[in-house]
Design a protein. Structure first.
Length: 186
């Protein structure tokens, strides 16, 4: 039989979320048609963890959520964050930005309320903002049909480099009076 450690490493790598020891045991037993002991798998996981603890690797094996997952080591988080922010910024359309601004200033708000303000269907923009985790579901409204309420997420704060919603510019700060005709009324 080949080295089970390599198969376990491949399983952890291929898993989109943490993989439990029970799942690893199932996959190994089905593949090799022999019983594996949990202690044997745990020993392999310890060896893999030690292997990736070396400074030669930018990733490490982490035990989270009752399973195992490969994650980037903390010392590389700043550069990864920059990449993620750059990619996220590039992909926000004008419609998504408008929808995000409405949600940020009016939260918690329903999709229907956003659509009333924008005057167009916002299904796609809200879906994209949810996928990018810039907005989150904040519960349900008490209105008829119990529509979903949306608000900004912690990633929104990171994305715009603010600590709280209070740091967003006030609406009156955004209005430019330099293009008005005549004297301002008192």
């Amino acid at each position: 039989m080949e080295n089970p450690e390599l198969y376990i490493e491949a399983l952890v790598f291929a898993s989109e979320q943490s993989i439990r020891v029970e799942e690893i045991l199932y996959c190994l037993q089905a593949t090799f048609e022999r019983d594996f002991e949990q202690a044997e798998v745990n020993t392999c996981l310890t060896n893999i963890k030690q292997k990736y603890a070396a400074t030669d690797f930018a990733i490490e094996l982490v035990h989270i959520n009752n399973g195992y997952q490969f994650l980037t080591k903390k010392s590389y988080h700043p550069v990864i964050s920059l990449l993620q922010l750059q990619r996220a910024k590039k992909k926000l359309s004008q419609a998504a930005l408008e929808t995000l601004a409405i949600i940020a200033y009016k939260q918690p708000i329903t999709k229907t309320e956003v659509e009333q303000i924008r005057g167009v269907n916002c299904d796609y923009s809200i879906q994209k903002l949810l996928e990018k985790e810039l907005i989150a579901i904040n519960g349900k409204s008490d209105a008829i049909g119990k529509p979903i309420l949306y608000g900004t997420s912690p990633l929104f704060m990171d994305y715009f480099g603010i600590n709280s919603i209070a740091e967003l510019p006030q609406i009156k700060e955004l209005t430019d009076t330099s293009s008005t005709i005549g004297e301002p009324q008192e």
